[in-house]
Design a protein around this ligand. Structure first.
Ligand SMILES: [Zn+2]
Length: 463
């Protein structure tokens, strides 16, 4: 039995969780980590101190690794092969270890609960001490119903390349995955992770490709993190004639697939495909691959968090800095007549096996916006075909879907922008064999082709 998770929960329940310490050259440390620092300092002068509290040495090591390199667990010291250990104390990590059976190679976890930070459904753990060739049995229990129990888990030997496990065996309260691991360590996750550090790295690489690709800071999150975004606008049409596009992903932190769709879109936009070249010369595209960076870093679900869900925050006084920043940029563009399209990327419910769009309720759409949404759906239907085919029909997110429908991104855009502006939400399924990095990126590339097809006509004037 690994007792580290218990200690983590104690840390999280401390009333001063929100107190933060600022150290020059360090990232902001939440107060419980400060406690760990003090305990570690004490432990270094008296190694028996922590053990007297029941902390095995390996757990001390795990905690100190988190403090030194919270962005990358792979940099942490590795315990000797042969003794399985499982941890989640790194960026985007989640998972409380309930049991480890060394004999059977079995690890039982449940998604870490983060009070007030949304659904308990995301998990992402690092397993070390694997005998190369050993079959690891991972049991996932707890969390919010089946939301945290996909048919197939994702696993990786290096934290970079991710594959699906075989479908797990479903029981009443848990799902059991089995995977042979040809290496001394492995990562297991609900889906292929896309962390804030991935966004930083990928957008930095993208911005090095051409001077007209610019990485910028959308805003600082409420917890002080930089929210990265990318602007793509190749010299061509003057700004006043350029079509304005905003694409946002991951308003819900657990929906990792939506960030990979955004990355597929960026990858296509920067490709040699002629349609991509034409589009980036006549449009300015702003893309935010992760909106809720704080919950992504924490490893929380984000959906239905307190005081409100990111996608119920699109009011005149948004609580979340990311929502406020996108709103004010869209408003500014709209005032200048430069806003044309918002796409908001998500992952849907378990039962949805085809990508589909949510559109604003028909009664709030004006012409030519209504016609433009129909035209965008036709373009998307023609392009989103492989490996996932767009569903026949869109769904409407009106008052029947949620009484707070008018506080959702696409509703806010059509209610506040010029009548031609289109806004849609794309839901890409996570519970299919194609719900991998490659599959999600393929949807993103198809989405790029759909945007290009849509702007073959001028949405401001119609045909
Ligand atoms: Zn969502």
């Amino acid at each position: 039995m690994n007792i580290y998770p218990k200690s983590r929960r104690v840390g999280e329940s401390l009333f001063f969780w929100k107190t933060r310490l600022f150290l020059p050259g360090w990232q902001t440390l939440p107060a419980p980590r400060v406690v760990w620092v003090l305990l570690l300092l004490a432990a270094s002068s008296n190694p028996d101190l922590l053990r007297a509290d029941g902390f095995p040495a390996s757990d001390i090591q795990a905690v100190s690794a988190d403090l030194i390199g919270p962005k990358d667990a792979s940099g942490a010291a590795q315990p000797a092969a042969g003794r399985l250990e499982c941890r989640s104390d790194f960026e985007n990590g989640s998972g409380l270890v309930e049991a480890i059976d060394q004999e059977r190679g079995l690890i039982r976890i449940r998604p870490t609960e983060h009070k007030d930070h949304g659904w308990t459904c995301w998990w992402f753990v690092h397993v070390t001490g694997v005998q190369p060739g050993q079959v690891i049995t991972l049991e996932v229990t707890g969390g919010l119903g089946d939301w945290g129990k996909p048919d197939r888990a994702s696993f990786s030997l290096d934290g970079k390349t991710w594959q699906h496990t075989a479908p797990g065996e479903r029981h009443k309260d848990r799902i059991v995955y089995q995977q042979k691991i040809n290496g001394p360590e492995a990562y297991f996750a609900w889906g292929p992770p896309f962390r804030l550090s991935d966004a930083e790295r990928l957008l930095t690489e993208a911005a090095q490709k051409a001077p007209w690709v610019q990485k910028f800071e959308l805003c600082r999150s409420r917890e002080g993190r930089s929210v990265p975004a990318l602007r793509i606008a190749e010299p061509g049409l003057p700004d006043s004639e350029r079509f304005g596009v905003w694409v946002i992903a991951r308003q819900h932190a657990w929906e990792t697939g939506s960030s990979w769709v955004a990355w597929g879109l960026i990858d296509w936009l920067l490709s040699d495909e002629p349609a991509a070249g034409e589009l980036r010369k006549k449009a300015a595209l702003n893309i935010v691959p992760i909106m809720d960076v704080d919950n992504v870093c924490r490893g929380a679900g984000g959906k239905e968090q307190k005081p409100q869900d990111h996608n119920r925050d699109w009011s005149s006084q948004p609580h979340w800095a990311e929502v406020q920043a996108v709103q004010s940029a869209i408003r500014q563009w709209d005032e200048q007549g430069r806003m044309d399209l918002l796409l908001d990327l998500h992952n849907p419910g378990r039962g949805d096996r085809q990508p589909f769009f949510f559109i604003p309720p028909e009664e709030v759409l004006k012409e030519p916006g209504r016609r433009n949404i129909v035209r965008f759906l036709e373009a998307a239907k023609a392009e989103i075909t492989q490996p996932m085919r767009l569903a026949e029909k869109p769904r409407t997110a009106g008052v029947k879907y949620d009484p707070r429908w008018d506080r959702m991104s696409k509703s806010w855009v059509v209610l506040h922008c010029r009548p031609h502006v289109a806004a849609l939400c794309l839901e890409t399924p996570w519970e299919t064999p194609e719900s991998t990095i490659d599959g999600y990126m393929a949807v993103g590339r198809s989405l790029g082709r759909a945007i290009a097809r849509y702007f073959q006509q001028n949405p401001r004037t119609g045909p």
